[in-house]
Design a protein around this ligand. Structure first.
Ligand code: SAM
Length: 274
């Protein structure tokens, strides 16, 4: 499924069955943003909505576990899985994922990072609690030899001042004791990401509820896969992962149980250049 010309595949239905069509070991990266078990129906514009009620945590886990097991099988030996959740169930998911990846066992996989996505925007109604402004992403890899591309933030003014010379190829550098040091960029990325959620007026908005920002998915895909790889999203909703994958030269495979979500995802992919 991965190759030199990146492709985008959208499949309708329950991902548990749909994943049978994905060969074992095919995906370098699985990103999943399943329903969070908020206990309500998520509604967007027009008839865009999906059910987000699974009952007790044990029932929610009973839904997730067989799908996580299937997803594990689709992972390449140096592949990663990134689970996106929030305070409601992230701790249950972590226990299930630690067991699935056999974290800490000889020959098992690895827990790589817990990433806090701090999104700023959104409801500001809390009266007797703090405002809730983050989601949690759990990153697991199948082996210690996982794909990791170090990303860096922008260089600060102080760094630019220090590396004030410019080479013919445009790179900035400084000299110290006769040696030349090139500026690599800002500080290596840490695990707290400030990326704004989509504002109601954002041009990126598709009208699908819980749509995630492209900037978030582009960063995830940049970090944990390479051009030409296959990126899988079994709960793809409006197709954000597939759009980001296409933009970054990766193949995308997405599934959703809602035909309306897939219509939106298809339209978003069709609007991309090329
Ligand atoms: C949180 S949303 C994903 C939003 C998506 N990340 C985006 O940016 O638009 C979760 C999605 O899971 C879908 N879903 C729920 N149960 C599913 C299942 N068993 N198989 C596939 N998709 C499912 C819902 O229809 C919904 O679109």
């Amino acid at each position: 499924m991965s190759g030199t010309t990146p492709s985008s595949t959208l499949v309708a239905g329950d991902c548990l069955a749909a994943l049978d069509a994905v060969p074992a070991g095919a995906a370098r990266l699985v990103y999943l943003d399943p329903p969070f078990n908020t206990g309500r129906r998520q509604r967007g514009r027009a008839n865009a909505s999906f059910e987000d009620r699974f009952g007790a945590p044990a029932d929610y886990l009973a839904f997730l576990t067989p799908r996580l097991e299937r997803l594990y099988e689709t992972l390449h030996p140096d592949g990663s899985l990134i689970f996106h959740g929030d305070w409601r169930a992230i701790h249950y998911a972590k226990v299930a994922l630690d067991a699935l990846f056999r974290v800490g066992e000889r020959g098992g996989g690895m827990f790589v990072n817990e990433i806090i996505w701090h999104y700023g925007l959104g409801a500001a109604r809390a009266q007797r609690t703090l405002l809730t402004k983050h989601d949690t992403l759990l990153w697991y890899s199948r082996s210690r030899d996982y794909c990791f591309n170090q990303l860096r933030g922008p260089a600060t003014a102080a760094m630019l001042d220090k590396y004030r010379h410019q080479a013919a190829d445009g790179r900035r550098f400084m000299r110290s004791y006769g040696k030349v040091y090139y500026l690599k960029g800002g500080k290596p990325l840490d695990d707290v990401w400030d990326i704004p959620a989509l504002a109601p007026t954002s041009r990126e908005r598709s009208g699908y509820p819980t749509q995630k920002p492209l900037a978030l998915l582009e960063r995830i895909i940049d970090l944990a896969s390479r051009p030409g790889d296959l990126v899988l999203d079994p709960f793809c909703g409006s197709g954000t992962t597939l759009v980001a994958a296409r933009k970054l030269g990766r193949s995308g495979w997405g599934c959703d149980i809602s035909p309306h979500a897939l219509d939106i995802a298809r339209a978003r992919l069709a609007s991309l250049p090329g």
